[in-house]
Design a protein around this ligand. Structure first.
Ligand code: DMJ
Length: 436
């Protein structure tokens, strides 16, 4: 069976599943497997491969995976590799605006370019907006301000630019710094940009006020323009195409239950319950998308039009590639509310994964969640190990295992420590913070 980096391109980088799963192995106490993975990273992870690598994917999976492995274990080799890899990503920011291009050659040339499929050479919001957490930690660990400067510059531009109805479109020109088209989505192409705003605030020990302000105004615009209620009473997030709503919600957008939940605490006091309710409603809708299928796994996208309610209406949307987002929201909502239904829903997913996705060599995606006749896609995405299984494990663990008071998870579920104010004042480095 193939391992995959979601088809998005690790370029010359190999071993995505190994690097992506280092922290999962460590947290689960799988000592032998962790040791093998660590040795592979030390001896075989080559950061100089020529080829087309996605800045976003390399950052969230490799840089994020190495940073977490360092913070959990204190092993210097992970820190060295993370910083070295971070340096190789810097040429992507050499554009007139400092907004990075999406693709980079990690070999000696360090050239970068835009995805061929992105309109008019644009960069993608969820890609250039999902670097902040890792880059701030790279600066913390290396003492080199360049990483934080690069992402602060991206933040500055996004803060300043005019936003249609307060919304952030998914495509931006790295040359002119203008939006290229007005498609807005909390799912694919937009998703983790919003996630990184609230998590930047939380990771800064609630000192990053710009991130907080940008997150809450984006959320307000999302509520005004995108949050919908179906005739059957399900709350969902529609997509926006230049003012016209597309009543579709992607599996990817299901992370937003958890995001809105963790952001609820810092809303104005009267808003807290409102956000927790919204988070619970979205998580409920995403659970319905699983519950309404024959396999009890959810489709890639589900719709709320032509009589559909949380079901895929197109054949091409019926697949499930072991994605984590729905389980991710169960985990956050469990931690925030301790409502037992989130563990029950998580267990339903465990049983469905066992029944429909387990194959001889691991787990595989399936082509049709509405059919119990097995049709495996022969692919185990690396995020299954880093996210889906980790979130399930945390859902059934005590709250003090990677407590939300001390850690934020990057968008690939790699835990990064909150940079506590006391740390900044004392100039101290983060303690090794690991379950032994
Ligand atoms: C992961 O790689 C990350 O969660 C990313 O932000 C979006 N999607 C995949 C998993 O579905």
């Amino acid at each position: 069976m193939q391992e995959s980096l979601s088809g998005a391109g690790g370029g010359g980088l190999r071993g995505a599943s190994i690097v992506d799963s280092l922290d999962t192995l460590y947290i689960m106490g799988l000592t032998e497997e962790y040791k093998d993975a660590k040795e592979w990273v030390e001896n075989s992870l080559d950061l100089n491969g020529n080829g087309e690598a996605s800045l976003f994917e390399v950052n969230i999976r490799y840089v994020g995976g190495l940073l977490s492995a360092y913070y959990l274990t204190g092993e210097e080799r992970f820190k060295r590799k993370a910083v070295e890899l971070g340096e190789k990503l810097l040429p992507a920011f050499n554009t007139p605006t400092g907004i990075p291009r999406g693709v980079i050659n990690l070999g000696s040339s360090g050239t970068s370019w835009s995805w061929g499929w992105a309109s008019a050479g644009s960069s993608i919001l969820a890609e250039f907006g999902t670097l902040h957490l890792e880059f701030v930690h790279l600066t913390e660990l290396s003492g080199n301000p360049i990483f934080a400067e690069k992402v602060m510059n991206v933040r500055k531009l996004l803060n300043k630019i005019e936003k249609p109805h307060g919304l952030y479109p998914n495509f931006l020109s790295p040359v002119s710094g203008n939006w290229v088209q007005h498609h807005v989505s909390i799912g694919g192409l937009g998703d983790s940009f919003y996630e990184y705003l609230i998590k930047s605030y939380l990771m800064s020990d609630k000192t990053d006020e710009d991130a907080k302000r940008m997150y809450y105004s984006a959320l307000e615009a999302i509520e005004t323009n995108l949050v919908q209620k179906s005739p059957g009473g399900l709350t969902y997030l529609a997509e926006w195409r230049g003012g016209i709503l597309d009543h579709k919600m992607g599996h990817l957008a299901c992370f937003s239950g958890g995001m809105i939940g963790i952001g609820a605490d810092d809303g104005a006091a009267e808003k807290r319950q409102h956000y927790l309710d919204l988070a619970a409603q979205i998580t409920h809708t995403c659970h319905e998308s699983y519950d309404r299928s024959a396999t009890k796994l959810g489709p890639e996208a589900f719709r709320f039009d032509s009589g559909a309610e949380a079901t895929a209406t197109r054949l091409s949307d019926r697949y499930y590639i072991l994605r984590p987002e729905v389980i991710e929201s169960y985990m956050y909502m469990w931690r925030l509310t301790h409502d037992p239904k989130y563990r029950e829903w998580g267990w339903e997913a465990v049983e469905a994964l066992e029944q429909h996705c387990r194959v001889e060599a691991g787990f595989s995606g399936i082509r049709d969640v509405y059919s119990t006749a097995a049709s495996h896609d022969n692919m185990q995405q690396s995020f299954f190990l880093s996210e889906t299984l980790k979130y399930l494990y945390l859902l059934f663990s005590d709250d003090d295992l990677l407590s939300l008071e001390d850690w934020v998870f990057n968008t690939e579920a790699h835990p990064l420590p909150i940079i506590h104010k006391s740390c900044l004042q004392g100039g101290g480095t983060q303690e090794k913070a690991a379950p032994e």
